[in-house]
Write a protein that binds this ligand. Structure first.
Ligand code: IPE
Ligand code: IPE
Ligand code: MG
Length: 247
């Protein structure tokens, strides 16, 4: 089972269009599907689920759609946070929250605080997130903390400042909706992640589709730069180490 799954939930607009509905109906359908995906992850023992909800580029959408998405985020959070907490879910948001309105910032801070000690599943929502922003903010915060590193620094110096520092790197990346691109999602963290792309639109991505993605992951051999033969020799003793472990 992957410990950490990261998902680009794409295809809400096209799902609505197929049904002659406005795009916002697709986003509502998308939220429904987030609910069942979170439940499935908790049941399967997935430890981290990271969902791309709003990219730093999504501000370019029509103002009404942006404002609907913000409202939807607020109402979903208000409705779900107690249940998430009851079910042992730790809730986190990554992204540049400074562009959000105060009430949403407060809601997020309260939700994170309420669930901070939960250990069953860490649910991270990426909102106004961009992979390049993440790397830049990490460098800036690191240098503000430790100005002496300006002369020279190494990967381990930077890691604690990346937005997902609390999670292992994703094992499985899923993008629904047919596009095969990263769209400025987790650039640093996806270095050795297994990629899974499907044409299924996000609101249609049900448990069977989710299981198919996990099965695809389970058939893959993660070599982390080594050869198959090395992995077979090592298998009884240890699982392959991550690149960032520096081995
Ligand atoms: C993804 O669905 C949701 C967000 C980006 C917020 P889209 O809205 O991108 O749906 P399509 O790609 O237009 O179908
Ligand atoms: C990526 O979807 C962002 C989210 C799902 C939140 P988009 O639909 O915005 O991606 P592009 O612009 O088509 O690459
Ligand atoms: Mg899209």
């Amino acid at each position: 089972m992957p410990r950490h799954i990261a998902i680009i939930m794409d295809g809400n607009g096209r799902w609505a269009k197929q049904r002659y509905l406005p795009r916002i109906a697709g986003h509502r359908g998308g939220v429904e599907n987030v609910r069942s995906t979170v439940r499935a992850c908790a049941e399967k023992g997935v430890e981290y689920l990271t969902l791309f909800a709003f990219s730093s580029e999504n501000w370019r959408r029509p103002a009404e759609e942006v404002s609907f998405l913000m409202q939807l985020f607020i109402s979903a959070l208000e409705q779900e946070i107690a249940k998430l907490h009851e079910n042992g879910v730790r809730f986190k948001v990554i992204g540049d929250l400074s562009r959000f309105e105060r009430p949403l910032q407060k809601l997020v801070a309260d939700a994170e605080k309420l669930t901070v000690d939960n250990t069953r599943l860490t649910l991270t929502v990426a909102a106004n997130y961009g992979g390049r922003w993440d790397i830049m903010q990490a460098v800036k915060r690191m240098l503000a903390d430790k100005p002496q590193l300006a002369a020279d620094f190494m990967e381990p110096d930077l890691l604690p400042y990346l937005a997902l520092a609390y999670a292992p790197e994703p094992d499985l990346f899923i993008r629904t909706g047919g596009e095969q691109r990263i769209s400025n999602f987790l650039l640093w963290q996806l270095a050795y992640t297994e990629m899974y792309f499907t044409d299924t639109l996000w609101p249609d991505f049900d448990i069977a589709a989710f299981n198919a993605a996990i099965e695809s992951y389970q058939r893959r051999e993660r070599r982390f730069g080594r050869t198959s033969e090395q992995l077979r020799e090592d298998a009884p003793r240890q699982t392959p180490r991550r690149v960032s472990d520096g081995r």
